[in-house]
Design a protein around this ligand. Sequence first.
Ligand code: OOG
Ligand code: MG
Length: 253
Amino acid sequence: MDHKAWAKSLHESARTQTPRAQFSTEQTYTLDDAYRIQHELIAERVAEGHSIVGVKMGFTSRAKMVQMGVDDMIIGQLTADMHISNEAPLERGKCIHPRAEPEIAFRLSKDIDRALSVDEVMEYVDGVAAAVEVIDSRYENFKFSLEDVVADNCSSCGYAVGPWCQIPLGLNGLDMVQFFNGTAVAEGNSDAILDNPFEALAAATRLAHQYNIPLKAGMTVLAGAATAAHFILETEEVEVKVDGLGSAGFKVV
Ligand code: OOG
Ligand code: MG
């Protein structure tokens, strides 16, 4: 199979906001192939001048697995152009069918080149924050197999991170609420993320090591959504509040 050609096709779908058919309906392929396609897709972005600034975990909560009909964790890569801020709001017209979801972000304090245990990860982070992830599948109707979504860089589109906080001893039992124009649209709890968001960080080190994905000091790691994702339909203000960690948000233009 031509991994590069598939990656170029996904890249083109994103660039032209034209969703494409799932690959898995045409051909069976392995998870290893899917990560190779993802690497080629990221290479396209890097060639356009965007650096790799972090990773995102996917399907670390039951709510997400159930919503998307898959049953394993995945990892994708974040590039600098995905960062949403006051200066760079989310441009709805550059997306296909974007959804927002409430997340927790970590900031790495050291390079990591092996799978770390949940007890070790604390030593490798120096910040934690509320975050919002925007996902935008390049497949028609937001439908995919596990391999399809991995190839498509796990539906990554954008992310916003709130002010970094010091790492607390635990991240359990924190309420997480997502608001659209001030109205709560999703309510969850940090326990939904693998019973403990630090577990998602440990899983990120394992998958990154397995699939040759860089984890460097200063990078951001998104732990995965605590609730199902919600479609961004038009101009909206999106905000996520996490108990004790503050909030993250952005405007849609
Ligand atoms: C895939 C990405 C999953 C998460 O937080 O679980 C994800 C998708 O739902 O399209 O980002
Ligand atoms: Mg996510």
